[in-house]
Design a protein around this ligand. Structure first.
Ligand code: ATP
Length: 489
């Protein structure tokens, strides 16, 4: 029986260790010494991530008549990023410690917020978190977009090859100019946000579906940022996934839509089982908002390493459509059939990171409690629709072939088929107590044990992960019992 809840505030060490041990998240490229701040999602992490994306898509695309789904390309024409302002302004202020050479986001080590470069050299500012030094370089804006080159020829190799030809001789200033021109010609970016594909395809959606305002376009996909200080496990990485909606409205309706999406985001964090005491809203001040935003609320979460941004909700005005209209010279206006007006819609953007969602879910669900023997039981109290497995089936004894056979049949029956299918684990290894603990640690809501009585009357015990209470039910009812527990909202 559950005893004393020992610790509901998980430490990062415990989360990272459980995530690795149980196959949620592995360190990236580990067998080659790893790659700093890169992570791979294991079988259970992939399942949890898919469940997050599936629930989001269901709630905000499939269940609504006013939101259209999209899956845009990661590599887009560079002009997109010039028009959107990212090439010029998508940057973080960076400083370098002159003593140890480490680089930091200047706001994170305590420098005043800088928008412009060119502050005079500064000393005696904050201490370097690595070496304690106090001598810094001038803060510089560092563009976060990952760049690469498009095409079969590496422009740097090509230009170097040309310089090395014995017949050529270039002055240094000519070399610089040539190199820059060569790079500029083939430079391309990995997208730093999913939003721009939505703006670029907005006209296609108007033409294909003639939606009436207000309407939204949603996308889930990878984004890439050359973060200066990635870290805190999967909280800040250079490659991550976003779930974004651009919700198009008439300008006069932006405040109403903003409030509606604020409520929707609350509904979402509650639905996925986050600890609501750890959710906070922060009105982002003028000088800290992104270049396109007139109002932003950050949804923050109390992670073990501090209160940090989980999601953002921004009023992007008509900044993006106007910029793309100007740059592409295409008419992006919406025609209102009723009023016969033509105008650029304004945009509300709820922007959610998948990886931060997964981390917040793990932090919220982590539990430790002491049993009567003084042993610690660790479990993840995941919402059933988030759990990688919805149930696990065990034969009581692994060496009794009739029990194992019956348990395999019951597992099949519990899983169901086709659209009714639910993922159910099967475990016949080790003692039953250990098997329970293993499923507890991965958040499986129910464990179904097949014992000798099952062979007589086709009943099984169903153990609840959180309460550890067991009840006996007919095995043929288990599938529906599990499906019922998955009913969301
Ligand atoms: P931060 O201030 O933490 O850098 P941001 O304000 O730049 O975040 P947005 O541009 O608003 O973030 O991106 C929307 C969402 O995408 C964030 O709220 C977060 O959930 C997620 N996200 C952004 N950057 C990262 C990253 N480097 N790693 C993981 N998730 C990220």
């Amino acid at each position: 029986m559950p005893k004393q809840q020992k610790n509901t505030d998980a430490s990062m060490d415990k989360i990272v260790s459980l995530a690795k041990r149980r196959g949620f998240v592995y360190p990236g490229s580990e067998m080659y010494g790893g790659l700093a701040n890169s992570w791979d999602y294991g079988p259970l992490g992939t399942a949890l991530k898919n469940n997050i994306k599936k629930e989001w898509w269901r709630m905000f695309v499939e269940e609504r008549d006013d939101v259209y789904g999209l899956d845009g390309a990661i590599i887009m024409n560079r002009k997109v990023w010039q028009a959107s302002g990212h090439e010029q302004t998508f940057s973080d202020p960076m400083v370098e410690c002159k003593k140890c050479g480490n680089r930091f986001r200047s706001d994170e080590v305590g420098f005043p917020n800088i928008k412009e470069e060119g502050m005079s050299e500064v000393f005696n500012y904050p201490k370097c978190p690595e070496c304690g030094g106090k001598s810094w370089t001038v803060p510089k804006q560092f563009n976060l977009m990952f760049q690469t080159f498009l095409g079969a020829i590496d422009p740097i190799d090509r230009i170097f090859g040309e310089w090395e030809m014995p017949s050529t001789s270039y002055a240094d200033h000519e070399k610089k100019k040539l190199l820059r021109a060569e790079i500029e010609d083939s430079k391309i970016y990995l997208r730093p946000e999913t939003a721009q594909a939505i703006f670029v395809d907005y006209k296609h959606i108007l033409d294909s579906f003639s939606p009436k305002l207000p309407f939204g376009i949603a996308q889930i996909g990878k984004a890439f940022r050359n973060e200066i200080t990635p870290g805190n496990f999967i909280f800040r990485t250079r490659e991550f996934e976003q779930m974004e909606i651009e919700y198009f409205v008439r300008e006069k309706e932006w405040e109403k839509a903003f409030t509606e999406w604020q409520k929707e985001m609350h509904r979402w964090v509650k639905h996925i089982g986050l600890d609501m005491k750890k959710i906070h809203e922060l009105e982002v001040p003028d000088d800290e908002r992104a270049h396109y935003s007139k109002r932003t609320i950050d949804f923050e979460f109390d992670f073990p390493f501090g209160r940090k941004e989980l999601y953002g909700l921004a009023y992007r005005t008509d900044f993006d459509l106007e910029s793309h209209e100007k740059a592409s010279k295409q008419d992006l206006k919406y025609f209102d059939e009723e009023t016969k007006e033509k105008f650029l819609p304004h945009v509300i953007e709820p922007s959610l990171g998948v990886d931060r969602t997964l981390l917040a879910i793990l932090c919220s669900a982590y539990r430790e409690e002491e049993d009567e023997k003084g042993e610690i039981r660790t479990y993840l109290s995941l919402e059933p629709y988030m759990a990688p497995y919805k149930a696990a089936v065990f034969p009581l004894l692994a060496n009794k072939s009739d029990l194992v056979k019956k348990a395999q049949e019951i597992r099949k029956e519990t899983q169901g088929k086709g659209t009714d299918f639910v993922p159910v684990a099967f475990d016949a290894g080790g003692n039953i107590g250990k098997r329970y603990r293993k499923q507890d640690e991965i958040g499986t809501p129910y464990c179904i044990t097949v014992d000798f009585q099952t062979l007589e009357d086709d009943t099984v015990t169903v153990r609840n992960r959180d309460t550890m209470k067991q009840e006996r039910i007919a095995s043929k009812l288990v599938h529906n019992f599990i499906r019922k527990s998955l009913k969301s909202l």
